[in-house]
Design a binder for this molecule. Structure first.
Ligand SMILES: C[S@@+](CC[C@H](N)C(=O)[O-])C[C@H]1O[C@@H](n2cnc3c(N)ncnc32)[C@H](O)[C@@H]1O
Length: 221
């Protein structure tokens, strides 16, 4: 899979994508992530990509001609284009799974006050990462890329499998509580069954203690 990210701040992605599982996925060529500096499609010789909104509102909007040029240059017949947007559909694990089928993702990161409305017509979907406003689309683009990449075949090792993680199929449960050493800490003991060595009982306990997607509590959820 190739992921193209159109952004004013490509340098923000370096640490995040160069390390850990996503860094390894790139080295193993399971995913290729390319950050494109939006200013290369600027509408003037000073590198401007935004302009004042009609109607005298505050802030600056990213221009439709800039994004249109960027898409035309990057896009191929397999591209699926995502606009990061606080008003978009909220991103879920199901969306991450759906997007693993794509060969070429293009993710557009807004900044400033947002986008010219006509940019919506150029994309396949508008995606929000939650009901709050962030400074830019860079962190949402990282979240989407990370959630999709870790589901691609060969990215997670056997010990890191995504199949038993929260929100996974068949019932999209929340993962059961897990413990490691020490077996007792500040008077809190690891449940006995987990140290019993009985795989059947352990699995039963895990099933009993996994949560449903609708009863996440504020401490764990
Ligand atoms: C400061 S925000 C613009 C917010 C916009 N004026 C509004 O009220 O919805 C700048 C950019 O950050 C990104 N962004 C902010 N919050 C987001 C969210 N919750 N999900 C996805 N993208 C977001 C979008 O690309 C947006 O264009």
């Amino acid at each position: 899979m190739k992921v193209n990210i159109i952004t004013l701040f490509p340098e923000m992605f370096e640490g995040v994508f160069d390390t850990s599982i996503i860094g390894r996925a790139q080295k193993n060529k399971v995913v290729e992530i390319k950050c494109h500096q939006m200013r290369q499609w600027a509408w003037n010789s000073y590198g401007a990509v935004d302009d004042k909104p009609y109607g005298g509102d505050v802030g600056m909007l990213i221009r439709v001609d800039v994004i249109d040029k960027a898409i035309k240059e990057i896009k191929n017949k397999d591209s699926h284009i995502i606009l990061t947007s606080a008003r978009g559909k909220k991103f879920t694990q199901e969306d991450a799974e759906r997007l693993t089928k794509e060969k070429n993702l293009i993710i557009i990161c807004g900044h400033y006050e947002g986008f010219d409305e006509r940019i919506s017509e150029l994309v396949d979907e508008e995606v929000s990462v939650g009901d709050y406003v962030l400074t830019g689309g860079e962190i949402p683009a990282m979240m989407i890329t990370d959630a999709v990449t870790r589901l691609l075949p060969g990215v997670l090792g056997k010990d890191e499998s995504s199949k038993i993680e929260s929100f996974s199929l068949p019932d999209r449960h929340i993962e059961f509580p897990q413990y490691t050493r020490p077996a007792e800490y500040n008077g809190q003991k690891v449940p006995k069954v987990l140290t019993s060595g009985d795989p059947k009982k352990i699995r039963e306990w895990q099933k009993l203690h996994q949560g449903s997607n609708s009863n996440k509590n504020s401490k764990k959820g």
